[in-house]
Design a protein around this ligand. Sequence first.
Ligand SMILES: [Zn+2]
Length: 226
Amino acid sequence: MATPTKEFSRREMNFGSSHSQRPDPMQILHPFAGSVQQYNEQLSNPDAHRPSHCPQCQTKRPLSAHGFYTRTLIDTAFDGVIRVRRYLCNACQRTVSLLPEFILPYLRSSLMVIALFLVAHLLGGQTLEAAARSAPPPMPYYQRGQFWIRRFRAQAEALCAALAALTKPTPASDFVHRALTMLESTGWIAAHRFLFAGVRCHLLGWPRGLAPDGRRAAFSSAGAPA
Ligand SMILES: [Zn+2]
């Protein structure tokens, strides 16, 4: 497999435990609102959020429970490993994983940790160190924060355009401030749900090599290992 690019370093990435760190073929959002602990508690029931049809071949039959994969997660009050439920389509034999909504695909930190940091630094004008303190838990934020900021700046204009479907664009000096204000008024999780489920847009931009639908893109021969 290709190694992550500099923009998405291994430190920030989270491909989960399956397929020797390759992502699942497709991730869809688990419509779950609550704490990490509540997420873990309801995970034993495969019927709770079983997809009623296959999002890949559109077969209109409920998918079969197909185990879990594990991934690490850093949230405001949690730092550990969570399970992500997988389902199998018996028609096309492909799997789908149900990622909880408080997670951005392929990123280790939760959406809320990233949001708190970006708002404190880019909207509140706090230093990286101060912004890190407003986004617990304590961790080496400098590099990680720089990474989020860089990704967010690159994505801001596209976010403004996409989020205009949900909320009125607010006057702001630049796209970064406008996107943050729109995310704050929409709610980060609601915005993520719309972006990811609706238009297959990653709030911080897809890692290079992953197609917009979340599948790993086919690598050209130039990019393949010799
Ligand atoms: Zn299918």
